[in-house]
Write a protein that binds this ligand. Structure first.
Ligand code: ZN
Length: 298
């Protein structure tokens, strides 16, 4: 009798312990989910792979925006955020004899061209030797003309809302298969362009956000570490700028360089930049400035 009692008591204890364990597991899972929610803006399904950084880690000082060297590499240009006419045109250089072109008068942003040269020579090593740049920088006038003459306007943006006017966008195609790049060249670009600071600007699964039909040939230079972050988190430029607006920033390591990226808003014509650490600045064409801080480089 005594023994039976003991047995029942111990099985009761087991059930209680079991229930307690389940409660702990569910509780931990819930806390974890909440932790994710804190770091993730509501409209994103993905969680950034990099850790949030605290701006407090770096000494920041206010600097007049007139004294800032603005690369404009992170400009968001679309129907909502147009290129304002009073803004000086971007500086561009000729791409002639630097990369394969469909027309000798193609020009581009110098930094974007430098990386494109590296990208195409790397592609050649992987036997992707059929890539040709078919479009780069376009003036307002050129873009208006293209829009006016286009039969299918879903692939051509109106003047002032095309990022071709920044000199940072290129159209690239395979000489063998035409504009759709239906061969391994497309796969290669999707897998490798980000390493050279380029992003596929209008992906197939983000047309509702970009408002532009899928364009497998259109790549946009944003530089590092932005292209890596965008690729890792499967974002488009619209989402990336929103992400920076809604978060304090992020840290990321690319090619053994550690960066801290944050977005600064203008107060009294000034933005806050690091006091002692190296950094670059790009306005984003939506009212803010994105600061790329080089924390350390090996
Ligand atoms: Zn394009």
């Amino acid at each position: 009798m005594q023994k039976k009692h003991k047995k029942r008591r111990s099985s009761c204890l087991n059930i209680i312990l079991g229930l307690l364990l389940i409660t702990i597991i569910i509780g931990a899972a819930l806390i974890n989910r909440q932790g994710f929610a804190l770091n993730t803006p509501d409209d994103y399904k993905t969680t950034p792979e990099t850790e949030m950084a605290e701006p407090g880690d770096i000494d920041l000082i206010p600097v007049s925006i007139d004294d800032i060297q603005d690369t404009r590499e992170l400009w968001l240009v679309n129907e909502k955020y147009k290129i304002k006419e009073n803004i000086p045109q971007m500086t561009v250089v000729s791409a002639y004899k630097k990369v394969p072109l469909s027309s000798s008068d193609i020009k581009m942003n110098a930094a974007a061209l430098e990386q494109l040269q590296k990208m195409l020579s790397e592609a050649e090593k992987d036997s992707i030797d059929n890539l040709v740049v078919t479009s780069g920088y376009r003036t307002h006038e050129k873009q208006s003309e293209l829009y006016k003459n286009a039969d299918d306007k879903s692939y051509v943006q109106k003047a002032e809302s095309s990022e071709h006017e920044t000199g940072l966008a290129i159209d690239i195609q395979s000489v063998r298969h035409g504009i759709d790049i239906f061969d391994n060249a497309r796969e290669w670009l999707l897998d490798n362009a980000w390493k050279y600071g380029y992003i596929l600007r209008y992906p197939e699964d983000k047309t509702d956000i970009t408002g532009i039909a899928y364009e497998p040939w259109h790549f946009r230079y944003v530089g590092q570490p932005h292209a890596t972050f965008i690729k890792n988190n499967n974002l488009v430029l619209e989402e990336y700028i929103d992400y920076l607006k809604n978060n304090k920033g992020y840290t990321i390591t690319v090619d053994s360089s550690e960066y801290y990226v944050y977005r600064a808003t203008v107060k009294n014509d000034k933005i806050k930049v690091p006091k002692t650490v190296k950094y670059t600045v790009s306005s984003d064409n939506t009212g803010g400035y994105i600061i790329t801080v080089l924390l350390n480089s090996k």
